[in-house]
Ligand binder design. Sequence first.
Ligand SMILES: NC(=O)c1ccc[n+]([C@@H]2O[C@H](COP(=O)([O-])OP(=O)(O)OC[C@H]3O[C@@H](n4cnc5c(N)ncnc54)[C@H](O)[C@@H]3O)[C@@H](O)[C@H]2O)c1
Ligand SMILES: O=P([O-])([O-])O[C@@H]1[C@@H](O)[C@H](O)[C@@H](O)[C@H](O)[C@@H]1O
Length: 565
Amino acid sequence: MRPSGPADDRATASAAATATTAASESPFRSFRAWPVRVQSPRVRYTDRHVEAQYEYRTARVTPDLQRQVLEAREHTLSYTFRTELRVPRLGLLQVGWGGNNGSTVTAAVVANRERLSWAARGGPQAANYYGSLTQAATVHVGSDAAGRDVYVPLSSLLPMVHPNDLVLGGWDVSSLNLADALERAQVLEPDLRRQLRPLLQDMRPWPGAFDRSFIASNQWPRADNVLAGGKGEQLRALRGHIQQFKREHALERAVVVWTGNSERYSSLPPEAHQRAPALLAAIDADHAEVSPSTLYAVAAVLEHCPFVNGSPQNTLLPSVVELARQHHVPVLGDDFKSGQTRLKSVLVDYLLECGFKVRAMVTYNHLGNNDMYQLTDRVMWQPKSSSKSRVIDDLVASNGLLYGPHEQPDHAVVVQYVPYLGDSKRDVSEYTSEAFMGAHYTSVMHNECLDSMLCAPLIIDTAILCELFTRVSFRRTDAPGDYEPLHPVLSVLGFFMKSPQVPPGEPVVNALRRQRACLENMLRALVGLPPESHLRLESKCRVEAPPSSDGESGAAGAARPVAAE
Ligand SMILES: NC(=O)c1ccc[n+]([C@@H]2O[C@H](COP(=O)([O-])OP(=O)(O)OC[C@H]3O[C@@H](n4cnc5c(N)ncnc54)[C@H](O)[C@@H]3O)[C@@H](O)[C@H]2O)c1
Ligand SMILES: O=P([O-])([O-])O[C@@H]1[C@@H](O)[C@H](O)[C@@H](O)[C@H](O)[C@@H]1O
């Protein structure tokens, strides 16, 4: 049976649209699967593209020493964005396919596609994509005739791949098929694993590029499915896998997502670290410091596949980014932001935005999955420790009222391996802040969730959104020139990462609120909608009708908008 998808939902929506809706509820909830089409003189839809002119208004701030003011001068750049509307058949190739995340992604896509449900404590549980931004989040698009807010699925702003249509493949240094990998992971319920076994047992990971010096020795026994030969031969084999997969499945595009074990940092010689030709030469020379994850990234870029680094190691070297620029292939990293760190980037933002001075954060994780087992190796822990620790840097730097130039809160990041708990990650965190007049405000959080259930939706989202941004190009409206692709480092998707990679010169943003606003406003700009301002001036800038002679207020507070200029 063809996987369900937007077309089926649209049919349902149109049927539902005739249904009466509660007066208090916006009628648009019934149209939730309909695409948004913007009517504007600045937006043009053709059968192939949507082209949107966008005035990017910012301000350039300079101190005026004489007047002792900070002068904020409006600075506007005019762009035209072009987005191809045709959605391709998309492959999702996971490195670490047989791991907890990789197998959970696979199970979720197949279970949703087949509309499976399974026995659960509270009754039958149906497959869903909760936790996914593209599948379960909405955006405010405008208001209806009655002034009620209209929210639509984020995925209805522009055509995107539906996860049910993803064609799945990947590599793993462990030879288990995906049904057995699901058993090993112990993430999903037994009844679902039982139903999935016949559908997953023929999914077998390709042998992986492997170098035992890059991961903990406790992982070595697992590696029974590795490529032979030096790094140059491994690279050619990886590229061959991608070419064969795209050919066999008639794929126009595939996204490669690293969800393999966290590696140690690689330390290549400066030339290979910085420049693409030197990196390729180092690979051919079988240099010991070329990491397996960098081999996958290079293979992906050379095969025009966007590459996502879901782990904290330095896979996306400047030389890899240079190669991505040369081949116009998007890359995204590092280290999925899925649990404690994501909450930290919300909570600290909230505390600082409310003027509390965060002084101490003690954040503690314990869990018992294989990833945590690997991280008991203190060398492998270093990249993860760094990505979990730096997540508040932009927030602290943004408030010079509360913090001096080099002042930082105390910040402890502790993790503990507790085998019995398996994939169930427990986050116990305490945030202590200085409040008004010497008071202290202490927040204590306890969260528990299966680690892979938090991360799997992000793998799906990053694959879908990386593919979307390969269809986006831009040119300066106010200057001649052809359309060109966005910078390959997709910082617009920083929302998904603990340690977002950014193009040279762009500041790193970690506050989740700002990251989501950036992504949402980028999608809005691609269809010519203005950035979300939350101003609702239509209700703030209105003149109440004068009270009538009997002293009653104007007809039930009837308001009339201020006459247009
Ligand atoms: N919430 C989360 O689960 C979360 C959040 C952020 C980041 N991550 C990162 O995602 C990665 C995967 O997490 P997981 O829980 O699935 O781990 P896991 O240990 O269950 O799976 C990793 C898989 O990668 C395979 N592998 C290792 N090196 C490989 C190579 N060179 N080539 C091919 N396969 C290789 C292993 O055999 C294993 O099956 C980890 O690096 C983790 O730090 C996870
Ligand atoms: O995302 P988060 O909860 O801050 O951090 C988590 C770590 O604490 C955990 O040790 C690791 O196994 C997960 O992959 C994840 O990275």
